[in-house]
Design a protein around this ligand. Structure first.
Ligand code: OGA
Ligand code: NI
Length: 349
């Protein structure tokens, strides 16, 4: 590949759009995808879960949670205590950031192979490229923030992200406890895998999906699972795009403006010994409108060993995954070659 061509493909996708030509690397080989004909896709009719009932460990809500996590692997969460104003503000700030001139955004560009920062991360993802730009920041623990990647414009960006991160942390903590309780485990079992109050890690990934005239030939994010423990996803309020795979069928995830979407990540699937499913999902592009989203990714400290909880290993359900450290490393190693990187740590009997 000519060096110029390479350089061109690594431009932010937003800039490619201006040239009016979609580089070949972004055109998807549709055979790679789980195509199911051309008809309109059904809407995900999975459960909507009430956070206020989960926090009081309401048994009906806990069984709804367990069923959602072991079938869809995701659900819409309402009454989570994050106000609609806060959700709208963070959506607005992220739109404003991506609207800034390129020179301004490039002050926060990723350097070398660092995960953090602004840009187009198709080099680490490999294979056909995603029609997606991102801003990736580690938000917890606070002493590990690399503020040089945190935008100073728009003005309220840092303070609002700080507030949103703290709320995400509270919500995640309660969710981990409810997830343990839903499996009749001591409430700290999943939470203690993820961290303690000083070292628990959360990454934030702001996604920007520019509109594309050839929308049906590109994909925002290819089919993937998340390598996190869980993902706390804030969707665009107006533009749909997220789809989840269940029983080999794609479903559109509907927009509920005040809800956040919770996904099981690979590391929770591992810890739950496969009871909770880390769902395959992807993002499609709109031909006329840009779309944003914000994925908050709580994940275990890479130095901590994780593996299926011993209470969840039984004669009927033998240990499905190896015990391991630093799943993130494994996830990126197999990113190009596997749709479900978790298969790399499966124990085959
Ligand atoms: C992700 C992701 C979904 C979306 O960031 O991993 O799947 O709706 N995002 O943008
Ligand atoms: Ni994802």
């Amino acid at each position: 590949m000519a060096p110029e061509a390479k350089h061109d493909q690594l431009k932010p996708v937003q800039e490619l759009l201006e040239s009016g030509v979609v580089p070949e690397m972004y055109l998807q080989q549709l055979k790679d995808e789980h195509q199911v004909g051309d008809g309109p896709l059904p809407l995900m009719d999975g459960p909507i879960i009430d956070f206020s009932l989960l926090s009081s460990f309401n048994s009906e809500e806990l069984s709804k949670l367990r069923s959602a996590l072991s079938t869809w692997g995701c659900f819409q969460l309402v009454n989570h205590g994050m106000t609609s104003e806060l959700l709208d503000e963070i959506r607005e700030l992220s739109k404003e950031f991506f609207k800034l001139p390129l020179e301004e955004k490039e002050k926060y560009s990723s350097k070398g192979d660092s995960l953090e920062g602004y840009g187009n991360d198709n080099t680490i993802r490999q294979g056909n490229f995603n029609w997606n730009d991102k801003l990736h920041l580690q938000v917890h623990p606070e002493h590990r923030r690399q503020l040089e990647f945190w935008p100073e414009k728009p003005q309220e960006f840092r303070t609002t992200l700080h507030e949103y991160s703290n709320k995400t942390k509270e919500v995640s903590k309660t969710l981990f406890k409810a997830m343990s309780r839903s499996l009749k485990l001591d409430e700290n079992r999943f939470f203690e895998l993820w961290g303690d109050d000083k070292e628990d890690i959360i990454h934030a990934r702001f996604n920007f999906y520019p509109r594309c005239p050839s929308a049906n030939q590109v994909v925002g994010l290819k089919a993937h699972t998340d390598g996190s423990a869980i993902t706390v996803l804030l969707q665009d309020k107006e533009i749909e795009g997220l789809q989840v795979l269940k029983d080999d069928q794609w479903f559109k995830v509907p927009i509920i403006p005040e809800a956040i979407i919770i996904h099981v990540g690979d590391q929770l699937e591992i810890a739950s010994n496969g009871i909770f499913k880390s769902p395959v999902h992807k993002v499609v592009i709109n031909p006329k409108c840009d779309r944003i989203s914000l994925a908050m990714l709580p994940l275990p400290n890479p130095e901590k060993e994780i593996g299926p909880l011993k209470e969840l290993i039984t004669e009927d359900r033998p240990q499905m995954f190896k015990r391991l450290k630093d799943y993130g490393q494994i996830y990126f190693t197999y990113m190009a070659s596997m749709e479900r990187q978790i298969n790399a740590v499966k124990i085959n009997y």
